[in-house]
Design a protein around this ligand. Structure first.
Ligand code: FES
Ligand code: FES
Length: 166
């Protein structure tokens, strides 16, 4: 029996570091980064919402920059250093940003939360004393259907404090 062209699966070998751990895998070039993280690496803390780069639920850090992993391909991350929400806590000890969300009730269902936290992480990597405008600008890139946002803003402010006094 002859093989139809559509039966051929083309893959490419990629390698990347995720949360400090090296990974290598064969992926189809069309695989999105979020599908790779969730499906291949089992890092399901990165969520899939709109799949259009709008809601921010799929945000991860790419060489230190917050990016939307639903509109990036896994092959683009070849050689990159990534951080996902799983890389925030130190064992059983929550990261200060996670602790701030906990203390300020910055989440309800938690679907949007990993994305918010990683964007705040990126912001605090750039400046330890962000302005109100910078905080709101960072949070403004994310959608939450549950909290009404005020508690998230308060969590971000507390995260700033916690990181400063760490
Ligand atoms: S799922 Fe990627 S931005 Fe919404
Ligand atoms: S906490 Fe439910 S979507 Fe934000």
């Amino acid at each position: 029996m002859t093989k139809e062209p559509n039966d051929v699966t083309i893959t490419r070998r990629i390698s990347m570091t995720v949360n400090g751990e090296r990974h290598e895998a064969d992926v189809e070039p069309r695989t999105t980064l979020v599908d790779f993280l969730r499906g291949t690496l089992g890092l399901t803390g990165t969520h899939v919402g709109c799949e259009h780069g709008v809601c921010g639920a799929c945000t991860v850090l790419w060489n230190g920059k917050a990016v939307r992993s639903c509109i990036m391909l896994a092959v683009q991350a070849d050689g990159a250093e990534l951080k996902t929400v799983e890389g925030l806590a130190d064992g059983a000890t929550l990261h200060p940003i996670q602790q701030a969300f906990l203390e300020k009730h910055g989440l309800q269902c938690g679907f949007c939360t990993p994305g918010f936290m990683l964007s705040i992480y990126e912001l605090l990597g750039r400046t330890s004393a962000p302005t109100e405008e910078e905080i709101l600008d960072t949070l403004g890139g994310h959608l939450c259907r549950c909290t009404g946002y005020q508690s998230i803003v308060e969590a971000a402010h507390l995260a700033v404090e916690k990181m400063r006094t760490r």
